[in-house]
Write a protein that binds this ligand. Structure first.
Ligand SMILES: [Zn+2]
Ligand SMILES: [Zn+2]
Length: 344
C-alpha cells in the first residue's frame, strides 16, 4: 500500500510499497482511506514539538470505506463510508464519570498506522469508538473535517455564549476558522478573527464568512474598540499558542468576560501581565478536544454541525493527491494554505 510516513522530525517520506496491515485486530475495524486532513498536531509532531516515540499513529482526521468490520460493534458494517471522530467513550471510568470523556482512552491506541496511509485500523468497540458513518451527500474531502469540527465544537461550547454575544478569535489557522463558523452557528452575534500578518487578513476576507483585525497594525486596539464597542468582546478564544496573544486576550476582553484557551503553549509565561484576571473578574477556561458529542438519539452532533457549515468549511481546504502529499504538508506549514487534505 501507499503511505506517507514521518521518518524523523522534519522528515516526511512517501512509501509506494509499504507493507499491508494484515487482518483487523480485535476491537478494531479496517478502513480503506480516501482522504486525510492535516492537523496542527501533525505539524507539531513534524516540528519536534511533540515526542515522536510516544506517537503510534500519523494522521487522525480521515474518511474511508470499511473493508473489515471486525465484530461489527456500533452497527459498523463492511462497505460503509465513515469518518473519524471520538464517537464513544466508556461512560464508566473516572474521566467519563467526571465529564472528561476525551481522556477516557489514549488516542494512541485508536489508529494503526493512521490516516496518511491507504489502509488503517481504527478502534471500534462498544466502549470506545473513533468512527462515525457519514451520509452519501457528504464528499470524502469535506468528511475528513469531522474530527476537527468535533474538536472545535468543544472549544465553541466552552465559550459559553448567550445569544448575540461578541467573540474575538485569536489565531486564524484551520481551527480558528472552524471554531468561528461554529460560534456563528450556535448564536454568537459577532465573531471577528485576530491575525498577526497582512497575508492572513487577506485570506480571512477572501474566504468571506467573517472579518478579522490585523494585530501587527499599530492601531489594532482602536479597531477592536470600533468593532466590539468600548468594553471589548464578551469572549476571546485564543487559538494561536502565542503568549503575546494571550496577553492581548487579557487586554481586550471585557470586564467579567471569558477567555477560552484552545491552543498549546510551549515554554513559560515570563512577561504576562496577569492583573486583569482579578481586576476584570475574568473567567479563563481551557478546551481540549475531541469529545464525544452526541444527540439524544445517539447520533453525532458534530456530524450534524459539519453538514450545516460544510460549504463554508470547504473554502478553507486545499486538496493534494498522495503523489503531491509532501508538498501539501509544506504549503500548510508555510501558511500558503489553511488546511491540507491528502487524497488516496
Ligand atoms: Zn486533529
Ligand atoms: Zn471512560
Amino acid at each position: 500500500m501507499r503511505r506517507i510516513v514521518l521518518e524523523d522530525y522534519g522528515k516526511l517520506a512517501k512509501q509506494d510499497h509499504a507493507e499491508g496491515i494484515g487482518e483487523a485486530k480485535p476491537g478494531m475495524v479496517k478502513i480503506r482511506v480516501t482522504a486525510c486532513s492535516v492537523c496542527g498536531s501533525d505539524i507539531a509532531l513534524y516540528r519536534g514539538k511533540r515526542a515522536l516515540e510516544s506517537e503510534k499513529y500519523f494522521g487522525h482526521e480521515f474518511t474511508g470505506v470499511v473493508t473489515d468490520a471486525g465484530d461489527g460493534a456500533n452497527g459498523i458494517r463492511e462497505g460503509m463510508r465513515v469518518a473519524t471522530e471520538v464517537y464513544r467513550a466508556c461512560g464508566r471510568c473516572w474521566y467519563c464519570r467526571n465529564g472528561l470523556p476525551s481522556y477516557c482512552k489514549s488516542m494512541n491506541d485508536a489508529f494503526l498506522p493512521g490516516g496518511f496511509a491507504e489502509e488503517t485500523m481504527v478502534l471500534n468497540t462498544e466502549e470506545n469508538s473513533f468512527i462515525t458513518p457519514i451520509p452519501d451527500e457528504l464528499d470524502d474531502v469535506t468528511a475528513s473535517l469531522l474530527e476537527p469540527v468535533n474538536c472545535s465544537y468543544q472549544v465553541a461550547l466552552k465559550a459559553g455564549i448567550t445569544p448575540g454575544q461578541k467573540v474575538a478569535v485569536i489565531g486564524m489557522g484551520s481551527m480558528g476558522f472552524i471554531t468561528s463558523r461554529i460560534l456563528q452557528e450556535i448564536g454568537a452575534g459577532l465573531v471577528v478573527g485576530i491575525v498577526n500578518k497582512p497575508s492572513r487578513l487577506e485570506k480571512v476576507r477572501q474566504i468571506g464568512f467573517m472579518d478579522a483585525i490585523d494585530s501587527s497594525e499599530e492601531n489594532w486596539k482602536d479597531q477592536v474598540r470600533e468593532v466590539f464597542g468600548e468594553m471589548g468582546p464578551d469572549v476571546v478564544v485564543e487559538l494561536s499558542g502565542n503568549l503575546t496573544a494571550f496577553q492581548n486576550a487579557l487586554t481586550i476582553v471585557r470586564p467579567g468576560g471569558r477567555i477560552v484557551v484552545g491552543s498549546v503553549y510551549t515554554g513559560y509565561a515570563d512577561n504576562v501581565e496577569l492583573r486583569p484576571v482579578m481586576r476584570k473578574e475574568l473567567t479563563i477556561v481551557g478546551a481540549k478536544g475531541p469529545y464525544p458529542n452526541l444527540n439524544s438519539d445517539g447520533t453525532s452532533a458534530s456530524l450534524d454541525m459539519l453538514m450545516k457549515i460544510r460549504e463554508d468549511l470547504r473554502k478553507i481546504v486545499s486538496v493534494y493527491s498522495y503523489e503531491d502529499g509532501i508538498r501539501g504538508f509544506e504549503d500548510m506549514m508555510t501558511g500558503k494554505v489553511i488546511k491540507t487534505v491528502i487524497t488516496f
